[in-house]
Design a protein around this ligand. Sequence first.
Ligand SMILES: Cc1cc2nc3c(=O)[nH]c(=O)nc-3n(C[C@H](O)[C@H](O)[C@H](O)COP(=O)(O)O)c2cc1C
Length: 429
Amino acid sequence: MFHLGLFTGCGVQSWNGMWSGEGATEWLHPQLYIDTAKAVERAGFDCIILEDAHFIPDVFRGNMDFALHNGFHAPKQDLFVMAPFMLTATEHVGILPTLTTTFHPPYLAARTLATLDHISHGRGGANLVMSHNDRTAQNYGADAQADHDARYDAGDEWVALVEALWNSWDPDALVIDRERGVYVDTAKVRPIDFSGRFYRSRGPLNSLPPPQGRPVFSQAGGSGRGRDFAAKNVDLVMTNVTGIDTMKAFRDDVVAKALAHGRKPDSCKVMFNIAPVLGETRREAEEKRQRALAAAAANVEINLGWMSYYSGIDFGKFDLDAPMPALQTNASRSTTENLREKSGGMTLREFASYPASGAVELVGTPDAVAAQMGEVMDEVGGDGFLIQQPMYREGISMITDGLAPALRRRGLIRDGYAHRQFRDNLLDF
Ligand SMILES: Cc1cc2nc3c(=O)[nH]c(=O)nc-3n(C[C@H](O)[C@H](O)[C@H](O)COP(=O)(O)O)c2cc1C
């Protein structure tokens, strides 16, 4: 058996497609997120990871036109306002809003995450990012991002401090002794006086410690430093690597790094990002894929916009008919540096003509794709898949009511949840 997660967001996502419904404005209100969380839970997923960033993209062609005209990563709602609606409408699925360690003070995060974990009886979490774009830094008063590796150094300390704040209360500190008139045992709550390279905090936290002890953390850093951060600190690593050999090597590396940090190797799950194309027949699915290919080729701006977003480099300024340029960045390092390798000598125009297809290309009926996912997991020895899917009902339903039941019939995903809390279900197999 393997695990499933959904990767989606809380901004405008599908607004002018045939099946967008009222997506142009519905993303502003909770019901779409509630419906999605319920569907995903019905399907037996472990979690939903909600992507986020704190800026309007303006790298591509040096202005905001592309982002605002296309509803590309803007505008967005605040995930920590939307997540509670999803958690209180469900009973088993974990919700991981993206949280930037760079711009979210540890004390504030420790409180917010403890609260999410309490309102959901132990299903809270966060997808930790260090923020890769200078515009985010400028929105929070800095001139630019700190150096790539220094962001991860600060992230390590951030996690240590947040944990220390959760541990500033003993688990049995809340006594509720009506006879003696004692609500909390003072001896079991203490300041932490944390003083590090990047952060200081006195403590104790003024929230109760989270039911899970520590809400679940996920992360997606692909560079060596990013993987080391993940192997040290998180429960779930998600990755965009492609191809069986690379997937296997990625997982082996995360496991080796987790062992080096003194962790049990299976305490850090690796989920591979996929974007299956499903149809009632193989032909229908293939036609859909062909239509996506034709659309990407007819409008390479979409992929150029994506590449500019992650790299912080304006892909609008390169010759489209020259090979993919070699690039270095202080932003999303592995994603950017892999572009040239993945392009395999193609011109930028050719490369930008392909829609993203994830770790492996999955095109077919739900049953055929389920079989292929099983084969991939057998070969990679991995923990599961993160399905990348914009939030509109038809797209979500194909995954939750088509693909997931096909996976379940093959015994590849769970049939019900064994535990109440998110991490226990994640570590169950
Ligand atoms: C599947 C996936 C999801 C990601 N989601 C986010 C996100 O929501 N917000 C964000 O700022 N960065 C996101 N990133 C970017 C990562 O946080 C990170 O910057 C990137 O993977 C490069 O890491 P590296 O610099 O260690 O190579 C995501 C990356 C991947 C692969």
